[in-house]
Write a protein that binds this ligand. Structure first.
Ligand SMILES: [Zn+2]
Ligand SMILES: [Zn+2]
Length: 390
């Protein structure tokens, strides 16, 4: 039997169980850090398939690594399984999780005597804290030679990049007084916030096109007749290039400092959340995936490049060659993180795409493991491109 037929056969044999697991995760949505049901379900299945499993890796209780094979090039499939509060699987991580499992199991079954290691890496808490950032910082990806995952969407894009991203909080401290009787004695912290927004808006015309700055007033005072002595704004700042992002952040912080001077308030600046790096999609791997997806019979017509959001896979792409294609589960435009999108993630069409993508990722992995020249090209591109973008 050919290698591709063997991969197809494993997917066919495991199809019922794989869809059952994706459906079970859909019906038991767990928010980031609490995905114990999904962890148990997936790792028990993988142990049953002969994988060696390590749970709670990288300091994250619901993360895992499941490996098959031995020495040689190490392929890692990232599996997400966290849900959104209230909405459940409105980002389709039930599909991501099991497509990675399908790919890993099918590639493992096709290995034969070929050297190489196949892993499924359980990367929890993507929505809330970017679990992959923690796992990358803990060295979990250090011995992974190529990493892959897919994300369901409304269109198909093979070469997906993303923006580096930082979260900032500006807290202004002023002086409260009666807003009508002695306003001249007050220092209005809310004015500090408003002035910050105005200065950032004035700065936008001088920024490069890929920069995104978006904020909210998170604290704006207690009542209109009290001059606020405390106000705060939360901003997310993004750009394609991490170095340029650093420059933009300095400018944004300067806007807040200027606002504090202008309003006679004092400013506290804190960085919150984990820094997301921009995704660098490996072209050699992305082209291989596109070719493999076509080999499954999927009609892939002229996919476009994409990537104006921020994803924790970006951090993975800085330490190992990576791809994170988006594959459509609908031909309608349905916004992500909504109940409507969640419903799509439990459809027959979505589960078929999950299996097709799992098969294509397994074929991609197989092609890489059997071709040392391909392995070299993947690593050469990574060294040339990823290191240049840090
Ligand atoms: Zn999401
Ligand atoms: Zn997602």
């Amino acid at each position: 039997m050919s290698e591709l037929a063997s991969i197809q056969q494993t997917i066919d044999e495991e199809k019922v169980k794989l869809v059952e697991m994706a459906r079970a995760i859909y019906n038991n949505p767990e928010v980031g850090g609490q995905e114990f049901f999904a962890l148990d379900l997936i790792t028990t299945y993988l142990e049953d398939k002969g994988f060696k499993v390590w749970r709670g890796i990288g300091g994250l209780k619901t993360a895992f690594m499941a490996s098959y094979g031995g020495e040689g090039f190490h392929i890692g499939y990232c599996s997400e399984y966290d849900a959104l509060p209230e909405i459940g699987h409105g980002c389709g991580h039930n599909l991501i999780g099991i497509s990675g499992v399908a790919a890993g199991v099918a590639l493992a079954a096709s290995l034969g005597d070929m050297p190489g290691r196949v892993s499924i890496i359980g990367t929890p808490n993507e929505e809330d804290e970017g679990g992959k950032v923690v796992l990358v910082n803990s060295g979990v990806f250090d011995d992974v030679d190529a990493a892959m995952m897919f994300h369901p969407g409304c269109s198909t894009s093979i070469h997906v990049e993303s923006l580096a991203c930082r979260d900032y909080r500006f807290i202004f401290h002023g002086r409260s007084v009666h807003a009508s009787t002695d306003p001249w004695e007050g220092r209005n912290a809310l004015d500090g916030v408003i002035q910050t927004f105005n200065s950032i808006n004035a700065m936008r015309q001088h920024l490069k096109d890929d920069v995104r700055i978006h904020g909210i007033v998170s604290e704006g005072g207690l009542a209109p007749n009290i001059i606020p002595d405390r106000a705060a704004a939360d901003f997310i700042i993004r750009a394609r290039d991490s170095r340029y992002l650093g420059e933009v952040i300095e400018k944004v912080v300067a806007c807040a400092r200027g606002a504090a001077i202008a309003t006679g308030t004092s400013l506290e600046v804190t960085e919150s959340g984990f820094p997301y790096e921009a995704m660098v999609s490996n072209r050699v791997m992305a082209d291989l995936f596109a070719e493999s997806l076509r080999e499954t019979g999927y009609a892939l017509d002229s996919p476009h490049d994409e990537g104006m959001d921020s994803i924790d896979m970006g951090n993975v792409s800085r330490v190992t060659p990576s791809i994170r294609p988006m594959v459509a589960i609908t031909d309608q435009w349905v916004p992500g993180h909504t109940r409507k999108f969640s419903m799509l993630c439990d459809s027959e069409e979505a589960y078929n795409i999950m299996l097709t993508v799992g098969q294509a990722m397994a074929i991609t992995g197989h092609k890489i493991l059997k071709d040392i020249e391909l392995q070299k090209r993947i690593k050469q591109e990574f060294s040339a491109v990823a290191s240049d973008r840090i």
